[in-house]
Design a protein around this ligand. Structure first.
Ligand code: ATP
Ligand code: MG
Length: 736
């Protein structure tokens, strides 16, 4: 018998206690964010081990990321010591890999099989297609790969796919051929890890019985994001002991695009009759304002299971801050504002690592990275490379470098055959040899080669065309605005097109990053000065520092928590994302809203939501509308601030946006309140319009320095030194 004051049970509320100590039989914990679901799993593992209900290797716990697995292991170790080392704890993939190693022969592999990365997978698939004489133009391999992955997510083997009937005959045949090729290479892809283990389980009753007998306790975190194959795997493994505990939140289901089935939650009680369903309602993470706002937002979704969330810890009323929303002029102003807030918090003694900037899409990190670097604040981009280190950005930069500097050999090498121009290894080797022999840069060597017969006609023509393109782009350097030139280069080279045609899930994000790169260029005088800037930025590497601001996507932030959370870019088409809005029906939109709910509920103490009036998207300014999610946040828990200036030229456009209710709310929600005691990080109280006088010198975010010539309520007429006379809002102006 375990004393109820055992360290791993201490502090649990009655429902949590029940979920932890009901070790026998199926348990489903269904509850909102921050209610201690993950904590329940950790305590449960500790409880099972400390009560000697099972050996560590008889416990199997599934987490969503390797990082989460590491954290869980550490926590259990804190509670019960190093026995926790032996627990089978990891992601579905890592656990399946471990199991598959001892059954490789059963699926036609040998024990030392390799797991292919995405590049290798694609190469194998293309070979298979070529051998089957399938035209990659008619059947894009990326699309086929996505189809195969969807089959694997649903545990559909080639045999089953073939038996299903229906269309897609060619895809099914290629799926089979691809799987056979992988076997002959003694390799498998990520999706196979699960699929193969399922195949073993279903074909080898003895093996299945062994694994079923071994795992006495199964624990699953983030259950709402499991796909069909994962669910089948769990159901099989749990059959003997039936001690399975799944925890999840249907409102946080954000991976349906990867095959996740929120329906798995509903099936649980059917497949495990007698399952105990525990609902946790106390949230121990966030302040009441954050909770109330998040709950109100998610209430706009239909078809929810419905849950109650209430604050589980006392909060000092005077320390509770409302959620803040802030309208800003553009992305640069947004980054400046957020980084100022970060600095203020830091001055107040908050740790940088307790702050996170959570973005909807990868391209949004750039502006924040730039500003953080400029101000010398350490940051980490989690879940992906930093902006200028991303593959597509490096490629694009190589184009720009080569246009600016014809002698840049590394840039030449990087892109001479990207996208594919039919320049194979042999041709490239020839260019290298010529460069060495003639002691000239690669590009010059290539140019000389095009006038010879050293290369075969096809590569020679391709090379000549490439050099001709480069020459043309270079000739435009002085006449064409540099951002426009960059856009032209990326278009005419076929580079953007290459990613647009790519059907892999990360391709649309890469296209967005390329657009963001062009937008970034606008902030510099020339291509050369931009390239210089990037070289310096990349040298200034702050990743090593432990105390650093976290930047990541909302998807990646699942399960994590931070004191302060910044949620930028809450604008229609950015968030909710345009792809979700383009879908018919509300499924896409509802998933975006769940993502917003995940974002808000990451915060312990404070949330700052921001949205810009203007975004530069691929060389063009676009007026933005605030996200509908901004409007869905309830007024009683939100403090709205920031105002929208009148756009210099697109007055009509901005007037339409101006009349938008969310904007009015943003403008009038908290009229002229100097930093209220509950607001945080407000660098300096906003001056009210009355503090400006005619004749005063002022600075404006977009138009620069100028002199006030007239006052009109909260508007100022200013003669700007460079931009001429403009009417602007006083809140975009500061005294100098
Ligand atoms: P999410 O849905 O975001 O994954 P969750 O339900 O898994 O959230 P946890 O991360 O386990 O929630 O817990 C949220 C926070 O609340 C953690 O900091 C955790 O330590 C704390 N917490 C959970 N239960 C209690 C409790 N009974 N007493 C005090 N703090 C608790
Ligand atoms: Mg959790």
């Amino acid at each position: 018998p375990v004393p109820p004051d055992a360290p791993w049970l201490k502090g649990l509320n009655p429902e949590q206690f029940q979920a932890v100590t009901t070790t026998e039989g199926p348990v489903l914990v269904l509850s909102g964010a921050g209610t201690g679901k993950t904590k329940v799993l950790t305590s449960r593992l500790a409880h099972i081990l400390a009560s000697n209900l099972a050996q560590p290797w008889q416990c199997l716990a599934v987490t969503f990321t390797n990082r989460a697995a590491r954290e869980m292991k550490e926590r259990v170790a804190q509670l019960v010591g190093p026995v926790s080392d032996g627990i089978w704890l990891g992601t579905f993939h890592s656990l399946c890999l471990r199991i598959l190693r001892s059954h490789a022969e059963a699926v036609g592999l040998s024990g030392d099989f390799t797991v292919l990365d995405a590049d290798d997978q694609m190469r194998v698939l293309k070979q298979v297609m070529a051998e089957a004489h399938v035209d990659p133009k008619a059947t894009p391999p990326q699309g086929l790969m996505a189809t195969i992955q969807r089959w694997k997510d649903r545990a559909v083997t080639p045999e089953k796919a073939a038996a299903d009937g229906g269309a897609e005959g060619q895809a099914k045949a290629l799926y089979r051929a691809y799987q056979e090729r992988l076997k002959s290479l003694n390799a498998c892809d990520f999706g196979d890890l699960l699929l193969h283990v399922l195949t073993v389980f279903l074909s080898d009753a003895e093996a299945l019985a062994r694994w079923q007998g071994r795992f006495r306790y199964l624990l699953v975190d983030e259950y709402q994001d499991t796909n069909v194959a994962q669910y089948l795997w769990l159901r099989l493994l749990a059959q003997t002991h039936r001690n399975i505990c799944c925890v999840g939140d249907d409102d946080q289901s954000i991976y349906s695009w990867r095959g996740a089935e929120v329906g798995n939650i509903l099936r649980f009680e059917k497949d495990f009759p007698g399952a105990r369903v525990v609902r946790l309602e106390s949230n121990y993470r966030s302040t009441p304002h954050i909770l109330a706002a998040a709950s109100a937002l998610i209430a706009n979704n239909e078809g929810r299971l419905g849950k109650t969330l209430r604050p589980g810890i006392p909060h000092e009323p005077e320390s509770i801050e409302k959620i803040r929303t802030k309208a800003v002029w553009d992305g640069v102003a947004e980054a400046r504002m957020v980084v100022e807030e970060i600095e203020t918090l830091q001055r107040r003694g908050e740790k940088l690592s307790s702050m996170a900037i959570l973005v909807r899409a990868g391209f949004q990190t750039r502006e924040f990275e730039e500003r953080l670097i400029t101000t010398g604040i350490a940051y980490r981009v989690i879940g992906g490379p930093r902006f200028y280190e991303r593959l597509e950005i490096r490629d694009a930069m190589a184009y720009l470098r080569l246009v600016v500097s014809a002698a840049d050999g590394l840039a030449f090498e990087r892109i001479v055959n990207t996208p594919k121009r039919g320049l194979g290894e042999a041709a490239i080797q020839t260019i290298h040899m010529a460069a060495r022999a003639e002691q000239v840069p690669l590009l010059e060597a290539a140019r000389r080669l095009t006038g010879t017969d050293e290369l075969k006609p096809k590569p020679r023509q391709a090379l000549a065309k490439f050099i001709e393109d480069l020459d043309r782009w270079r000739s435009l350097l002085d006449s064409m605005p540099h951002a426009e030139l960059a856009a032209t280069i990326l278009d005419e080279s076929g580079y953007v097109e290459m990613w647009k045609a790519d059907k892999s899930p990360d391709a649309p994000g890469r296209v967005e990053n390329l657009k963001e790169l062009v937008a970034a260029l606008e902030e510099y005088d020339s291509l050369a000065s931009f390239l210089e800037h990037v070289a310096l930025v990349m040298e200034n590497d702050s990743r090593a520092e432990a105390d650093s601001v976290v930047i990541m996507t909302l998807h990646g932030a699942k399960g994590l928590e931070f004191d302060s959370v910044f949620l930028p870019g809450w604008e229609e088409e950015v968030f909710p994302h345009s792809r979700a809005l383009a879908e018919s029906g509300t499924k896409g939109l509802e998933e975006e809203r769940r993502l917003a709910y995940v974002g808000l509920t990451r915060a312990r103490k404070r949330v700052l939501v921001s949205f810009a009036a203007n975004r530069r998207i691929y060389n063009q300014w676009k007026s933005q509308l605030p996200s509908r999610f901004v409007d869905e946040l309830p007024d009683s828990h939100v403090e709205r601030s920031g105002e929208r200036g009148l756009h210099g030229s697109g007055l009509e456009e901005s007037r339409a946006a101006w009349n938008d209710p969310a904007w009015s709310r943003a403008r009038f929600g908290q009229p002229r309140q100097a930093a209220a005691p509950t607001s945080w990080g407000q660098a300096k109280p906003r001056e009210s319009s009355s503090t400006f006088k005619t004749g005063q010198r002022v600075f404006h975010d977009k138009f620069g320095n100028g002199t006030v010539i007239a006052l009109d309520g909260n508007k100022l007429e200013i003669a700007f030194d460079k931009a001429g006379i403009k009417k602007v809002l006083d809140s975009f102006v500061s005294a100098v």
